[in-house]
Ligand binder design. Structure first.
Ligand code: SAH
Length: 255
């Protein structure tokens, strides 16, 4: 299993962004994994109660797509990831530094879902202002942000992280318990997870993935003290050489 140290050494944020965060690939085929997730996140962050003061993004990687709908509902955002390069790449975009990834097509897509494609630059500004901290975390640690202790947030979001970070079901269960400490009782967990995936690959590197079924995720989430409020599975059409994933699961739960 590719562990966190492998991510630290081998996960190239710019290559990941190029491969998974463009709306279409080099052959002009649409990136349905991304657009499906954007639509799901738009729907989940429109639910009643999915708002508050602070949102924590767990295992953010170098990406911000998972915050585009969320940033309309929370005042402050804290982004957490294990690797130094991912946090640095994210900070590059937050500070509008040269060489940062161009998220504007993705931001425009979300603005269109929200009814006004023209407000994309405003949304980028809003998001840049709301992300207050970018910190190291390890979801396998009882306090994922140790030595920093964060006050529990109103909501945590985690996309495509736990299945990549957890080598077996026991580790997933304990990671969910660990990250549950980051959210207040009554607060929410929003998750996007791939199902039945054993690997994903980019830049000639293969990353392993914990093979999950919907019921395994639901049971692990419940076992960590959450009530599942929404759980839906969208099939993922096979034929993508980058991954053997067969479905994407969206979940909202309340602690
Ligand atoms: N959330 C992003 C990135 C997913 S890639 C997205 O939706 O695209 C998986 C991420 O999990 C990587 O950024 C990797 O650094 C992070 N990760 C792997 N092991 C981890 C661990 N033990 N603790 C926290 N994050 C971890």
């Amino acid at each position: 299993f590719t562990d966190a140290e492998f991510y630290q050494r081998s996960f190239d944020p710019q290559e990941y962004l190029r491969e998974f965060c463009s709306l279409s690939n080099a052959r002009g085929q649409p990136n349905t994994l991304l657009t499906q997730s954007l639509r799901s996140l738009f729907n989940m962050f429109a639910l009643d109660g999915l708002s508050g003061h602070t949102l924590i993004d767990v295992g953010c990687g170098p990406t911000i797509y998972q915050l585009l709908s969320a940033c309309e509902r929370f005042q402050e955002i804290i982004s957490l990831d294990y690797t130094d390069r991912n946090r640095r790449e994210l900070e590059k975009w937050l500070r509008n530094e040269p060489g940062a990834f161009d998220w504007s097509p993705v931001v425009q897509y979300v603005c269109e879902l929200e009814g006004d494609r023209e407000k994309w630059a405003e949304k980028e500004e809003k998001l840049r202002k709301k992300v207050k901290r970018v910190l190291k975390c390890d979801v396998t640690k009882a306090n994922p942000t140790a030595p920093v202790s964060l006050p529990p947030a109103d909501c945590i979001v985690s996309t495509l992280c736990l299945e990549a970070a957890c080598k077996d079901l026991a580790t997933l269960r304990s990671a969910l318990r660990n990250i549950s400490t980051l959210v207040k009782p009554g607060g929410h967990l929003v998750m996007v997870t791939v199902l039945q995936e054993t690997f994903y690959a980019f830049n000639k590197q293969v990353f392993s993935c914990l093979y999950l079924e919907r019921s395994m995720v639901e049971e692990a989430v419940e076992g960590a003290g959450f009530d599942v409020k929404l759980s839906e599975v969208q099939p993922y059409v096979p034929g993508d050489a980058r991954t053997d994933c067969r479905a994407v699961m969206n979940l909202v739960a309340r602690r």
